[in-house]
Ligand binder design. Structure first.
Ligand code: NAP
Ligand code: MG
Length: 400
């Protein structure tokens, strides 16, 4: 059988630790036998980031913008312990943060559902995709500890000298104050990524804030979404048979729990942080959560939502065989291959991605799993077999 080929490269970003090992095995066992992979390769493993003063991350981000499709392995975000472990020149920033800032993109997280892995909320039969705004609010705040009686004010000083002040509170005693912000430009990019992605994957879009309480701040988010929808997306959504709706965050949470899933749930930065962990946990395993960064210009970067699985890597390095789940990383590859196929008109590539995803699910449903899925597995008459990572990939290849 001839291998499937395509013309425009995919930006391939290699990473760290256990996922770096899985990465090569996935290519060897599931991709290279069937696809003539054309990739522009960037090694984002920590040693190379250190060697290039993190230049390699910036180059990879530029390449994603240029080619429109990237696939990334999980990478270490260094902390003090890692600086020592790897003898780093510096505590380099998170590569994901660098790439996200460069592309000004929005991250969509989606669980991989298998019939034999039951979500904690049984009515969730379709994935809930979380879109988290990634700029501002409490993540870029200013905070002051108030020591005693004081008056706290908000002050905005315009370039022309005009000043606008608003009282926050009169303190009779000690307390705390926090200042947060966001920008129309960032909210617009977020909204555009959400509308684009909803059309892309043909799912309803839900957006929620607390605009009844936050009558200026959260209301601005609501207005920007509503305006963009009315002016640019209403007809496109109708043509695609999908809907956009806004609701209050508390109402939205209640309705999500009662729903069957299937929607994109767009949330402000903090809400998205909290709700994505809730949704990931309720669907089962972190190892089954995929993630895609979508830029407002239409570039896509796919990856697993989990990290480098350090604990497994230390065991692997000590010579043990581990049962690390490769599914989210395989789905990062299928996402990238399918998107390349869609963008360039290579249906064979899209069909391959579909078949590989089905093979992964069928393998799990057939009772061949990795260790993390053992306690979540429920299928009548099947006692699951826990395989190590390589044997699991080979089982998927048999199905494929
Ligand atoms: P992690 O790598 O996601 O792993 C946390 C734990 O979750 C693992 O120890 C394992 O539990 C379980 N797990 C996660 N993925 C799994 C998989 N594919 N198969 C089986 N079990 C899996 O998070 P972490 O240990 O907090 O972070 C490790 C490194 O990853 C850090 O250096 C961090 O900076 C980095 N990180 C990178 C990204 C990214 O690049 N997107 C995201 C998050 C973290 P058990 O040990 O109980 O089996
Ligand atoms: Mg979080």
């Amino acid at each position: 059988m001839a291998k499937i080929s395509y013309r425009v490269p995919i930006v391939e970003m290699q990473g760290d630790e256990m996922t770096r090992i899985l990465w090569d095995w996935i290519k060897e066992i599931l991709l290279e036998p069937y696809v003539d992979l054309k990739c522009e390769f960037y090694d984002l493993g920590l040693p190379m980031r250190d060697k290039t003063d993190d230049g390699v991350t910036a180059e990879a981000a530029a390449a994603i913008e240029k080619y429109g499709v990237g696939v990334k392995c999980a990478t270490i975000t260094p902390n003090a312990q890692r600086v020592e472990e790897y003898g780093l020149k510096k505590m380099w920033l998170s590569p994901n943060g660098t790439i996200r800032a460069y592309l000004d993109g929005t991250v969509f997280r989606e669980p991989v559902l298998c019939d034999a892995i039951r979500p904690y909320i049984p009515s969730w039969t379709s994935p809930i995709v979380i879109a988290r705004h990634a700029y501002g609010d409490v993540y870029k705040n200013s905070e002051i500890r108030v020591d005693g009686a004081a008056c706290a004010r908000l002050e905005v000083a315009y370039a022309d000298g005009t000043v606008r002040k608003e009282k926050i509170a009169d303190f009779a005693g000690a307390g705390v104050v926090q200042g947060i912000h966001n920008t129309d430009a960032s909210i617009e990019n977020f909204a555009r990524s959400c509308f684009t992605y909803a059309l892309d994957v043909k799912r309803d879009l839900w957006f929620a804030t607390k605009d009844t309480i936050s009558k200026t701040y959260d209301r601005r988010f609501k207005e920007i979404f509503a305006h963009m929808y009315e002016c640019e997306y209403k007809d496109k959504f109708a043509a695609a048979g999908i809907t956009y709706e806004y609701s209050l965050i508390d109402d939205s949470v209640a309705r999500i729990v009662r729903s069957n899933g299937g929607m994109i749930w767009a949330l402000k930065n903090y809400d998205g942080d909290v709700m994505s962990d809730m949704v990931a946990t309720a669907f089962g395993s972190l190892a089954m959560m995929t993630s895609v960064l979508v830029s407002p210009k239409g570039a896509y970067e796919y990856e697993a939502a989990h990290g480098t699985v350090t604990r497994h890597y230390y065991r692997y390095r000590a010579g043990e065989i581990t049962s690390t789940n490769p599914i989210a990383t395989v789905f990062a590859w299928t996402g990238a291959l399918r998107k390349r196929g869609e963008k360039d008109g290579v249906p064979a590539l899209c069909a391959f991605a579909d078949r590989l995803e089905s093979a992964c699910k069928a393998t799990v449903n057939g009772g061949f799993i990795t260790g993390d899925l053992k306690s979540l597995f429920v299928a009548d008459g099947i006692t699951p077999t826990v395989l190590d990572s390589r044997a699991f990939l080979q089982k998927i290849a048999e199905r494929l």
